[in-house]
Design a protein around this ligand. Structure first.
Ligand code: MG
Length: 338
């Protein structure tokens, strides 16, 4: 098995801002895993909050030694061994996980959703994310997102009320809110969520800092909207701890080391009576298509990362009107463009 990788700058249509700041370019690492004449593609979109960057991803991938393993079919042993080799590095590990899965699908000649026994039509519609911005730009983005039936709104900045008012002036669509840990006190979180209950919001993602699970439990007892964990649900071992505090988890391939662990998290969440959402970072069609293969298994999807960029190096699963249309290409379903 031979691995090569390159850094690639994803250019954003609009500056993307959350309660943690904004950016115009999002660097990722694209991987190619070659074995037996077949190339599997993977992607690592590093998350700064968890100490990763394209440099740490490149360093991790340069140290990878796959010589003890015969072929990508030994996925379970390869990924366990790579995971144990170093803590953290979730996005770097996810890049390898995606490339192995893509290779396996191509070798067997099946799209991954079919390999897992999932049906295309079962994928939920994806939301379209509106980042924190000036009111004028927010209204503009809401109009651009006309074809998407569900909007995900980033709150937790200092103009939450103005933002929702501006959106409600333009549309009556279902809204989902992501506070990205932005409401720092439990009293403030309750006040915000009670207000959002009146605004046609379906659920609230990560209202409070991940370190304050006790505060989140206090909020849970006082509000009606479902709470979905994101920064609190990084990996499999986080899931059981969230039962009774959150109503669901947002799984992201770049937080959880890839598809193999995502699958385990989904089943664990179900066993804990929680809903399952699949989310993403700013990713090319490699990461988004991989997540889309998994999406028939989830309740909610937020897979718009490749729609927010202007220089996608791959063609893959599309979701232009919010419907995730899985194709019949093998593996994760992508074709290289650049
Ligand atoms: Mg989130």
């Amino acid at each position: 098995m031979k691995i090569t990788f390159r850094r690639y700058d994803l250019r954003l249509k609009h500056t993307f801002a959350t309660s943690r700041g904004g950016r115009d370019v999002s660097p990722v690492v694209i991987l190619e895993l070659e074995h037996d004449g077949i190339i599997g593609y993977g992607e690592s979109a590093p998350i700064a909050r968890y100490g990763e960057s394209v440099d740490t991803v490149a360093a991790f991938l340069s140290r990878l030694d796959l010589t003890p393993f015969e072929s990508p079919f030994h996925l379970e042993s390869i990924l366990s061994s790579v995971d144990e080799s170093a803590v953290g590095n979730a996005a770097a590990k996810a890049g390898l996980d995606l490339a192995l899965h893509d290779w396996i699908g191509k070798k067997l000649g099946v799209p991954l959703h079919r390999y897992w026994g999932l049906e295309k039509g079962a994928a939920p519609k994806t939301s379209f994310t509106i980042g924190i911005d000036t009111i004028q730009v927010i209204e503009e983005k809401v109009r651009e997102a006309e074809r998407y039936p569900i909007l995900k709104i980033k709150l937790g900045g200092d103009n939450d009320e103005e933002t929702i008012r501006a959106i409600r002036n333009v549309t009556k669509k279902t809204l989902r809110v992501d506070a990205n840990e932005g409401w720092k006190s439990k009293e403030l979180a309750v006040e915000k969520i009670k207000w959002l209950e009146q605004e046609g919001v379906e659920f609230v993602e990560q209202p409070m800092p991940a370190g304050d699970l006790g505060g989140t439990a206090w909020v849970r007892e006082r509000v009606n909207l479902p709470l979905i964990a994101d920064e609190n649900s990084l990996r499999l071992h986080d899931v059981p701890k969230l039962q009774g505090v959150f109503d669901g988890i947002n799984i992201k391939l770049m937080k959880c080391t890839g598809l193999r662990e995502a699958m385990k998290m989904a089943h664990t969440a179900r066993a804990c009576k929680m809903k399952v959402m699949i989310g993403c970072m700013i990713e090319s069609s490699v990461g988004i298509s991989a997540a889309a293969q998994f999406s028939p298994l989830v309740d909610y999807a937020d897979l718009d990362g490749n729609v927010l960029i202007t220089d996608d190096p791959f063609d893959g699963v599309r979701s232009l009107d919010g419907s995730i249309s899985l194709n019949d290409r093998p593996g994760i379903g992508v074709t290289k463009l650049v």
